[in-house]
Design a protein around this ligand. Sequence first.
Ligand code: NAD
Length: 492
Amino acid sequence: MKLQHYVNGQWVEIDDMNLIPVLNPANGKEIAQVPMASKEVVHHAIEVAKKAQKSWALVPAPKRADYLYAIGQKLKERKEQLAQILTAEMGKVIEEARGEVQEGIDMAFYMAGEGRRMFGQTTPSELPNKFAMSVRSPIGVVGLITPWNFPIAIATWKSFPALVAGNAVIWKPSTETPMMAYELAKIFDEVGIPPGVANVVFGSGNDVGTTLIEHPDVKVISFTGSTETGSKVAELGGKHLKKVSLEMGGKNAIIVLEDADLDLAVEGILWSALGTAGQRCTACSRVIVHADVKEQVEQRLLAAMSELKLGDGADEEVSIGPVIHRAALHKIHSYTQQGLNQGARLLTGGKIADDGALADGSYYEPTLFTDVAWDSILAQEEIFGPVISLITVHSLQEAIEVNNSVKYGLSSSIFTQDINRVFEAQRDLDTGIVYVNAGTTGAEIHLPFGGTKGTGNGHRDSGVQALDVYTEWKSVYIDYSGKLQRAQIDTE
Ligand code: NAD
């Protein structure tokens, strides 16, 4: 199947010279071909989006929201079909793929509701016969740049609030996972969203991404991806005075204190660390465990990990799917080798899995290290694979210090039965998301999503806070006194 860009409500004719294959990471087979847009295609998309946005901004927000309700309905009807495509292009197990599509459905209905809220403030004026209020205004054309690990959910976190707020969007998905973008573009088309309001353009970050960031008519860039790329996006965006929202990497930890329910903690660790083969931005990559329960946690994790089945995520029996591609596989392996060199003790895994049919895909054995030093490479770098590192501590304070010692600040979790320590931890853990007696993953779409330090630049996806990225605040003063009243001066 050859995918096509979706611009101005039309499928753009493609040049066969500029197609690259999309491979199923479970077996290396080609499942589609994705076109790489030329600069002309991107410029055309920006031009039509700019024009379309002017009319879209004048459509009442509850009417704009009607398109989101229709999109949500289509996503709901096609949930299973979309989940199957998602697993084929990205590799996550089918149950998680269904969950990801559900996230898009939830986001559609939630943001559609914002069409009838989008609250500003009314507030008294300091002067008589004067009315004061603040309202949200759309900004214009928004460029969305997204990663491969959540091929549809992240796009819905960004495009739905942008659209309901009255912006036009141009979405550049990852070239690893363009099929979900193509499916969402089909849905935009089917619900009849006005031409030019929602556009999808495929291509590399260096070409399409950079063109969007540099173009004067793209006013906002909303990016999710690695901290390394995010920093380049921020630099270029800063040069062009763009509003840039960045959601980047993570190095998330679960703290297990000595009074924790260990069965629950181990379940939480497995789900958060090995789900999506460890390729979630919120993946638990470190377990900060109290010395008193360290050996028990090691034994329970080892026992549970020996039961896991590696394979094609489309198979309902499989617990861990492939990683995205061979390059990722080799990057993960180089991290585990460096961990060994730095003295971490390997309890299981640490190998590329290539027995039988696994050899055709990109699989890494679920890996468990213990006695990992808090400042070693395994404990500090985002590995993005099924690798768990146990770090031993002796107190809550030490656990919090270790948690906060990394350059990222996305998600953290603590398992304990002690309510006082729960409150202390939620205050002092320096991440944007904190879980208590649950793993590091599982964000709900109506709460803000994002992180501190190297994870973000102060903006949030999801929640009503996402609207802050895609709107400007306008303060409106209406003086009905019939005379010139000067604020701060005529106040006696
Ligand atoms: P990536 O940074 O390689 O790519 C992300 C996107 O940026 C892609 O669409 C890519 O084509 C584009 N890009 C690359 N270079 C660019 C450039 N110079 N200018 C503009 N765009 C450019 O990330 P990835 O490998 O696709 O995704 C994995 C990363 O994403 C991990 O670090 C993960 O933690 C992070 N992530 C973060 C969140 C979050 O919300 N914080 C969510 C999911 C993933």
